[in-house]
Design a protein around this ligand. Structure first.
Ligand SMILES: NC(=O)c1ccc[n+]([C@@H]2O[C@H](COP(=O)([O-])OP(=O)(O)OC[C@H]3O[C@@H](n4cnc5c(N)ncnc54)[C@H](OP(=O)(O)O)[C@@H]3O)[C@@H](O)[C@H]2O)c1
Length: 286
């Protein structure tokens, strides 16, 4: 019998990319349109009679700046929603995969964050995602995947925005003082699918795993790379992140060490440059 997998946030940037990769399993995707995770009876009606082997919990309140004025909404989805999903699952042995973020860190470390580093989120979004992590960490079988700077089809993201602005403007201003790893949803989704396969074949020790594309850059470096690859001449003016006057504070250092994932899977994800090239060529420049 096919193993049964639930993907929450199945219409979001990551969920919509992941679902088709799991075609060898019996999958169910839920999203706000067909099942609101903040509504227990909606969850009971949709998944109450089903027994899942794996849950990939991608659904989240992801508006990082919006969350600053809406603490309740962010915690309602990212903490309460996560609790509701956990409580709706009829299987204590279900393997729960929770997608989390580099924003659980304050960015004060000088080198890449490992899975053992102390968390200290700066933003409401980061705090609410950490609250979700803490619930998942109490389960029998789980992993928490910390990732960063997502881009890919099925959603608005930094790369599509830079490309749009590059067509309209001669100069764009981008922060040069935040460093991290852009992560392509296609590569992350493949890693998640591989993790599920490893879980079914060999088993996995519960815990946290950092997964991003390989290499680090600033947002300004990323913007320059996008513009060069797309063949535009737009100038990137490097500014300080505080000049952007965004509501949420973000970590200056978002670098995540990927050694633990390499130990599990045997590979590193492609470099962020390769990932950006693939996304531009296959989704944005034709
Ligand atoms: N994007 C990033 O840069 C980034 C970085 C690190 C980690 N992450 C994490 O990665 C995961 C996937 O992110 P993403 O970029 O794919 O996010 P996304 O595109 O915003 O997708 C999240 C999905 O969750 C759905 N959702 C929100 N509230 C819901 C609710 N109450 N009930 C059911 N579904 C609900 C959203 O529906 P609506 O669109 O209708 O609200 C959306 O389809 C998230 O857990 C996020 O925290 C993202």
């Amino acid at each position: 019998m096919h193993k049964k997998i639930l993907v929450t946030g199945s219409r979001g940037m990551l969920g919509a990319t992941l679902l088709p990769l799991l075609k060898n399993y019996d999958t169910l995707g839920i999203d706000k349109g067909n099942c609101d995770i903040t509504n227990k009876s909606s969850l009971a009606k949709t998944i109450g009679n089903l027994k899942f082997d794996v849950v990939v919990h991608c659904a989240a309140y992801t508006d990082v700046d919006g969350a600053e004025g809406k603490t309740g909404s962010a915690f309602l989805v990212n903490e309460e929603g996560t609790r509701n999903v956990i409580e709706s699952i009829n299987n204590k042995d279900c393997f729960f995969i929770y997608i989390s973020t580099d924003y659980v860190f304050d960015g004060n470390k000088k080198t890449a964050y490992t899975e053992e580093d102390i968390v200290n989120p700066l933003s409401i979004y980061g705090k609410s995602k950490l609250a979700g992590e803490n619930l998942v960490a109490g389960l029998n079988k789980y992993i928490i995947i910390r990732t960063s700077w997502l881009f890919g089809p099925n959603g608005k993201n930094f790369i599509s925005t830079v490309l749009r602005l590059a067509k309209e403007k001669e100069t764009i201003e981008v922060a040069g003082d935040q460093i991290g790893s852009p992560t392509y949803t296609l590569d992350l989704a493949k890693a998640i699918s591989d993790i599920i396969n490893i879980y079914f074949t060999k088993g996995i020790t519960s815990g946290i795993y950092n997964i991003t594309n390989t290499g680090f850059c600033s947002w300004a470096e990323l913007a320059r790379y996008i513009i060069k690859e797309a063949g535009f001449k737009t100038h990137v003016a490097e500014i300080k992140s505080k000049e952007l006057k965004r509501a949420a504070q973000r970590p200056k250092n978002s670098m995540l060490s990927k050694e633990k994932f390499k130990g599990l899977s045997g590979y590193y994800l492609p470099t962020w440059q390769k990932a950006v090239q693939h996304y531009l060529k296959n989704y944005l420049l034709n």
